[in-house]
Write a protein that binds this ligand. Structure first.
Ligand code: KIV
Length: 282
C-alpha cells in the first residue's frame, strides 16, 4: 500500500512507528522500497553526500529535480518526499508554490519538505492549498547554518524550547502533514510529539518521535565526512566498498581479472582462421 500524508497520520494515531531514510538514486530507492520503508526523503543533504559540497546551501532546483526523478522511478509504495532547496521558497510565497509545483509535476514525488518555523508558515499554507502535502523541518535546520552558527543541538534553553514548541504548533496549524525534528533534546521532542496531532519524524531527537529518519550514507558508513553522535552505524559498507575496489585494482593489475568465467568464447576454427589471415600465429 502506498504511503500517503493521510496514512502517515493514521500510523501516528495507531502508535505505529514511521520509517524514513534519505535516498538520491534509483537503485538504492528500489532496494529501500522493496524492504517496505514508509517514506524516502530526497534530502538536500545530497549536496554534501552525493555532490561533495561543504553544506546544503549551494543545492539548486535542477539538482533536486534530477535526483528526485531517479528516486521516484524506483519507488512503488514508499512516499517520495522532495526537499525544497535553499532559496527556492524563502523569498516569496509565489516562489514557494511554483517550485513545490515543479518538484511534484516534473518528478513523480508526492510531497515536499521545507525548513523553518513561523517565517515559512505562509508558504506552507499556500503550498498545502495548492494540494501539495508539506512536511516541515524544525530544530537544526541546515539551510540556516550561517544564522545558527554551526551544527548544534537546538532548544536546550527554556526560551528556545518554547519557540520550538510554538513553531511546531504553527506548522501544524498551517497545514503541514508531518514535521522533522532534527537535533532536539529527546524529552522536548517527546513533549512536541504529544502536543501535535501530526507525526514527528526524528533525527537526533530521541525515540519518542512518531518516526525516524537517517541519511543513508551515514547509517552505512559511506560518507567520509563527519558522522554525528545520533547516527547508528548499521553496517560498514564504506569499508566493504574499499576492500572491493582494492581487490579489483590488484586483480586487474595482476591479470587475475577477468577470469575465463567472465569472458566470452568464439569458435576455435574461426579464431584460427583469423590468426592465419592476419599472420598472428598461435
Ligand atoms: O536533507 C536531509 O537529508 C534532511 C534530513 C537530515 C532530515 O533534511
Amino acid at each position: 500500500m502506498k504511503t500517503t500524508a493521510i496514512s502517515m497520520k493514521e500510523k501516528k494515531s495507531r502508535n505505529e512507528k514511521i520509517t524514513m531514510l534519505t535516498v538520491y538514486d534509483y537503485s538504492t530507492a528500489k532496494l529501500m522500497d522493496s524492504c517496505g520503508i514508509d517514506a524516502v526523503l530526497v534530502g538536500d543533504s545530497l549536496g554534501m553526500v552525493m555532490l561533495g559540497y561543504e553544506n546544503t546551501l549551494p543545492v539548486t532546483m535542477d539538482e533536486m529535480l534530477h535526483h528526485v526523478k531517479a528516486v521516484a522511478r524506483g519507488c512503488e509504495n514508499a512516499m517520495v518526499v522532495a526537499d525544497m532547496p535553499f532559496m527556492s521558497y524563502q523569498a516569496s510565497v509565489t516562489d514557494a508554490v511554483i517550485n513545490a509545483g515543479r518538484l511534484i509535476k516534473e518528478t513523480g514525488a508526492s510531497t515536499v519538505k521545507l525548513e523553518g518555523g513561523r517565517a515559512v508558515c505562509p508558504q506552507i499554507k499556500a503550498i498545502t492549498e495548492a494540494s501539495i502535502p508539506v512536511m516541515g523541518h524544525l530544530g537544526l535546520t541546515p539551510q540556516s547554518i550561517n544564522a545558527l552558527g554551526g551544527f548544534k543541538v537546538q532548544g536546550k534553553d527554556k526560551s528556545k524550547a518554547e519557540q520550538l514548541i510554538s513553531d511546531a504548533l504553527l506548522l501544524e496549524e498551517s497545514g503541514a502533514f508531518a514535521v522533522v525534528l532534527e537535533c532536539v533534546p529527546a524529552e522536548l521532542s517527546a513533549l512536541i510529539t504529544k502536543l501535535l496531532t501530526i507525526p514527528t519524524i526524528g533525527i537526533g531527537a530521541g525515540n519518542a518521535c512518531d518516526g525516524q529518519v537517517l541519511v543513508y550514507q551515514d547509517m552505512l558508513s559511506i560518507y567520509p565526512g563527519m558522522r554525528p553522535k545520533f547516527v547508528k552505524q548499521y553496517c560498514d559498507i564504506g569499508s566493504m566498498m574499499k576492500d572491493a575496489f582494492n581487490s579489483y585494482i590488484e586483480e586487474t593489475r595482476s591479470g587475475a581479472f577477468p577470469a575465463a568465467e567472465h569472458s566470452f568464447k568464439i569458435d576455435a576454427d574461426i579464431i584460427d582462421e583469423l590468426k592465419r589471415l592476419y599472420g598472428a600465429g598461435n
